[in-house]
Write a protein that binds this ligand. Structure first.
Ligand SMILES: C[S@@+](CC[C@H](N)C(=O)[O-])C[C@H]1O[C@@H](n2cnc3c(N)ncnc32)[C@H](O)[C@@H]1O
Length: 366
């Protein structure tokens, strides 16, 4: 950038990066400590002081004051001219208070990335450990269990908001699900989607499996809490499904799992094998490319988020037994459609989904 105005613009860009990254961490503190929820009980007419908020939550007033000031300067909440009185504007309360907005909740995840910083520095190096060894954590990211819970909370919130109106509407399987069919979830994690389906459609039968014992243990606990009898969970690797499942399922679903797989192409063939003829595979995946030019054009700065967070993820291609060449890259609409067709699927379609900004829903028929 050569002229003065673009230099000023670039300086502004740099200062935005710095402030927004710190602000995102601070938002995470607020969500976790219940500060936004407590602040939502105040208003412009009856604003909160740091002292009042700190007393309510048994926190230290000086910390609460700095936090409130950060939120006000960052345009999240409002402050009056004394700099002492704070409130959330009414039209923002729905997003901020109760902290159920997925995009807002993702700030918890950003904050947690800090704990993985030293590990990522190590895996970057040629003679450093492989991400696969470094990030033994079962779900595929290497930055601590709490981080996964945070991500899960954000996903759950999104799911609740859009499951029926967006996801189920796009599958167009509601009548069949109501009458009773067999459904499989590949890489179901803690089972949030399959449990939601099992609750909505008591006449259908659901199976979820995942490589991670810990995730399946959580899924089983949730199943007991919800008292659902129409779901089964297994610990299993997607490279080989049960032989007796051939032609069994009317619907196979998967959320955000295939980009972690060591053998994604084999798993796609297995999905095809276990579907009934005419059955539907609904695959939710990252919408990846490895073309930063295209990504930037399409998603703007949000594309930088995907690549940056990708640095913290386990790279399946580093597993010595893996048959894959990279995570996001495989799941570009173009490439994934070819892979699905290669596995025998027909009528492959890719649709944008509302429940997670960075995902795409592939619909494919056997
Ligand atoms: C990002 S999590 C998504 C979990 C869940 N579907 C959800 O949306 O919450 C990715 C999941 O894929 C699972 N996974 C990775 N490789 C797998 C494999 N080869 N077979 C089965 N599951 C696998 C991980 O254990 C993890 O639970």
């Amino acid at each position: 950038m050569s002229n003065m105005s673009s230099n000023t613009e670039f300086t502004q860009h740099l200062s935005n990066i710095l402030s927004h990254s710190a602000l995102s961490f601070a938002i995470g503190f607020g969500i976790r400590l219940g500060l936004f929820d407590a602040l939502a009980t105040f208003s412009q007419e009856n604003p909160a002081t740091a002292e009042a908020l700190a007393n309510k939550l048994k926190l230290k007033p000086n910390y609460v004051f700095d936090w409130l000031s950060a939120m006000a300067c960052g345009g999240i909440i409002e402050v009056d001219s004394t700099g002492q009185n704070f409130w959330i504007p009414e039209n923002r309360k729905e997003t901020i208070a109760g902290s159920t907005d997925p995009l807002f909740l993702m700030n918890l995840h950003t904050g947690r990335l800090a704990s993985g910083f030293e590990d990522v520095l190590k895996v970057f190096k040629k003679d450093g450990p492989q991400s696969y060894d470094m990030h033994k954590h079962a779900h595929g990211h290497g930055h601590g269990h709490q981080s996964y819970q945070d991500l899960n909370a954000a996903k759950h919130a999104a799911l609740k908001k859009y499951f029926k109106s967006d996801y189920l509407a796009k599958l167009d399987m509601t009548e069949k699900l109501e009458s009773g069919i067999d459904v499989l979830d590949v890489g179901c994690g803690t089972g949030m989607q399959i449990l939601e389906l099992a609750q909505l459609f008591p006449k259908s039968r659901f199976i979820g499996f995942d490589l991670s014992e810990g995730s399946i243990a959580t899924a089983l606990k949730e199943q007991v809490i919800k008292g659902l009898k129409n779901v089964e969970f297994f610990v299993m690797d997607a490279k080989e499904f049960k032989s007796e499942w051939a032609d069994k399922f009317e619907l196979v679903i998967s959320f955000d799992s295939f980009h972690h797989h060591n053998h994604p192409e084999r798993a796609l063939k297995e999905v095809h094998r276990v579907l009934k003829p005419g059955g539907l595979f609904a695959l939710v995946e990252m919408e990846g490319t490895t073309n930063a030019y295209k990504d930037k054009e399409k998603r703007g700065v949000l594309a930088a988020y995907t690549y940056s967070v990708g640095l913290y993820a386990r790279k399946p291609e580093e597993d010595p037994n893996a048959e894959t060449k990279g995570m996001w890259a495989l799941w570009s609409v173009e490439n994934a459609s070819k892979m699905l067709e290669g596995a025998g699927f027909k009528d492959v379609k890719a649709e944008k989904v509302k429940f997670y900004e960075l995902n795409v829903l592939f619909l494919a028929r056997k």
